[in-house]
Design a protein around this ligand. Structure first.
Ligand code: NAD
Ligand code: TYD
Length: 363
């Protein structure tokens, strides 16, 4: 066991790292990266396995000796304390959250419990075991660009953009970010935060735009476009988010915030048409046939117009940049969903159907 701190870079040797929400979309990519890349770390994946958590995402690494799974609820204070007592973590990468804006509109409570109360439980537990020896420890909170609110046609979110969350989801994430910073300021907890733009890639739950569109095209179902389809998102391939998390966890400066983005803005309708094109080719369908599925539906309440991230601080200070251009990333993503149809079928055969019906057929 050992740890060396050289400048701001923390080199962990034989460290025990907690990753919360590791069975979810982004978390599973982070867990895989850490388990494979750092054989000396013991990686504990703690996850409640909500509708969004799926251990099938991790079958390739589940038997590795440096990996353990713990089913637990971060809202349950005792479970969190017991977990910290059992493992004495050296670092925490906190991804567990309720993550879907539409669900936060129909049921905000769960977002308050998991995203706010759950985060406070983890902060308290980390403080409890690290307060006498905070050196070399790190609580890394993963957040979203949605905390900054909505942009007009111009400008980018920077790390100093004032918070202005507009949905129950983004408000709960903003609240958790404030709490993380308050624990740094008040209790000197060694924290670091990153705020990332929209992710896409393998293993994303099909309530989110890209896997939903891929799945609907495959099944010849209408593609629901909210409003006029003119809202803009900045898309980043999930493995590039995982690589940014790796760099920030090891080299980020304590107390700092880093924005992560793809410099890749797309109007929803243009992105959907690009996906239609790719799907036509992959499925051997006549060009233009998927576009016929596009259906404009009632807009999301309080729908944020535009998100776009300035990630120059992360590039300048820590040398990160995205590895994949969007068209290649999307092709890779479509290929993954088409070759992993069983993964998708198992998901959409359960509660998903009920959710889909409520969200799209009874609006
Ligand atoms: P996800 O919904 O796919 O996964 C969330 C995971 O958290 C699931 O495995 C779920 O079981 C687990 N979880 C939920 N409630 C829990 C609880 N009470 N206790 C323990 N585990 C619980 O989410 P995601 O898209 O992978 O997002 C992960 C994190 O990244 C979130 O904090 C989210 O705010 C943030 N983020 C997401 C995006 C994006 O585009 N998806 C962008 C920026 C930031
Ligand atoms: P989503 O993937 O839910 O991410 P977020 O709301 O966190 O950005 O949605 C991405 C964009 O796509 C957003 O502007 C809403 C829109 N959208 C649709 O037009 N139709 C859909 O069925 C979904 C799920 C999203």
């Amino acid at each position: 066991m050992g740890m060396a701190e050289t400048g701001n870079k923390i080199e962990f040797m034989k460290r025990t790292i907690l990753i919360t929400g590791g069975a979810g979309f982004i978390g599973s990519h982070v867990v895989r990266r850490f388990v494979n890349k750092y054989p000396d770390y013991l990686i504990i994946n703690a996850d409640k396995l909500t509708y969004a958590g799926n251990l099938e995402n991790l079958t390739d690494i589940e038997n590795k000796t440096n990996y353990r799974f713990e089913k637990m609820d971060i809202v349950n204070k005792q479970q969190v304390l017991d977990l910290f007592k059992k493992y004495h973590f050296d670092g925490v990468i906190h991804l567990a959250a309720e993550s879907h804006v539409d669900r936060s509109i129909t049921g905000p409570d769960e977002f308050v419990f998991t995203n706010i109360v759950g985060t406070v439980n983890l902060l308290n537990a980390a403080l409890g075991i690290w307060k006498d020896q905070p050196e070399g420890k790190r609580f890394y909170h993963i957040s979203t660009d949605e905390v900054y609110g909505s942009l007009g046609a111009e400008g980018l979110f920077t790390e100093t953009t004032p918070y202005d969350p507009k949905s129950p989801y983004s408000a709960s994430k903003a609240s958790s970010d404030h709490l993380v910073r308050a624990y740094k300021n008040t209790f000197k907890l060694p924290v670091v935060i990153s705020n990332c733009s929209n992710n896409y890639g393998p293993n994303q739950f099909p309530e989110k735009l890209i896997p939903l569109v891929i799945n609907n095209i495959r099944n010849n179902k209408p593609i629901p476009v909210y409003g006029k389809g003119e809202n803009i998102r900045d898309w980043l391939f999930v493995e590039d988010h995982a690589s940014a998390i790796d760099i920030i966890f090891h080299s980020g400066k304590t107390g700092e915030t880093y924005n992560i983005g793809g410099e890749n803005e797309w109007k929803n309708i243009d992105l959907i048409k690009l996906l239609c094109n790719i799907m036509d080719k992959k499925l051997g369908r006549q060009s233009g046939s998927s576009e016929k599925l596009i259906t404009y539906v009632k807009d999301r309440a309080g729908h944020d117009m535009r998100y776009a991230i300035d990630s120059s601080k992360l590039t300048r200070e820590l040398g990160w940049s995205p590895s994949l251009d969007f068209e290649h990333g999307l092709e890779k993503t479509v290929d993954w969903y088409l070759t992993n149809q069983k993964w998708m079928e198992r998901i959409i055969s359960g509660d998903y159907e009920k959710y889909y019906d409520q969200q799209y057929n009874k609006r």
